[in-house]
Design a protein around this ligand. Structure first.
Ligand code: NI
Length: 163
């Protein structure tokens, strides 16, 4: 459900709860439906040094987010999800997107994103439509246990996975 008033105090409280849940997990993103609230809100950040976000992306709150891909180009990358515990999967995502959303202060954020940054935003916004990353996977052979992925990939690559 769209949020009618992004600046409402109860929305700010919900966002604070979501950030706490994300940090406790620990994860790098969370969507409101993951805490059983059917509203279109996501929170995320991208740690410094991740692909496509060299300086990192600070903690961002997007209310009623909208995503537009720049083109059809997609890339595979490993993802994990707090709602799919213990697993990792290789998921195709648009490599470059434009996205927008409103903050709890009522400001509008508009950004262009690529790589890991674009991947996290697409992953989190999928939650708003009830879509989990395995549903995006072309090949479920690449849905593996977290413990298994560490044998197959460098620690760096395993570390790249999103929430
Ligand atoms: Ni997720």
């Amino acid at each position: 459900m769209p949020v009618e008033d992004p600046t409402a105090p109860e929305i700010r409280r919900l966002v604070e709860d979501m950030i706490e849940t994300m940090e406790d997990a620990p994860g790098i993103g969370l969507a409101a439906p993951q805490v059983h609230v059917p509203l279109r809100i996501v929170v995320f950040f991208v740690p410094e040094g991740r692909a496509g976000a060299e300086g990192g992306v600070p903690l961002t709150v997007l209310i009623n987010p909208v995503i537009q891909p720049f083109g059809p180009e997609q890339a595979l990358g490993w993802e994990g999800c707090l709602s799919v515990p213990g697993l990792r999967g290789e998921v195709p995502r648009f490599t470059r997107i434009r996205y927008s959303g409103t903050t709890p202060d009522g400001d509008v954020i508009e950004r262009v994103a690529e790589g890991m940054h674009a991947r996290v935003v697409q992953h989190e916004c999928d939650h708003l439509d009830g879509t989990l990353y395995p549903q995006r996977m072309a090949d479920l052979k690449n849905l593996v246990f977290e413990s298994e992925i560490r044998h197959h990939l460098s620690p760096q690559a395993a570390e790249e996975s999103a929430e």
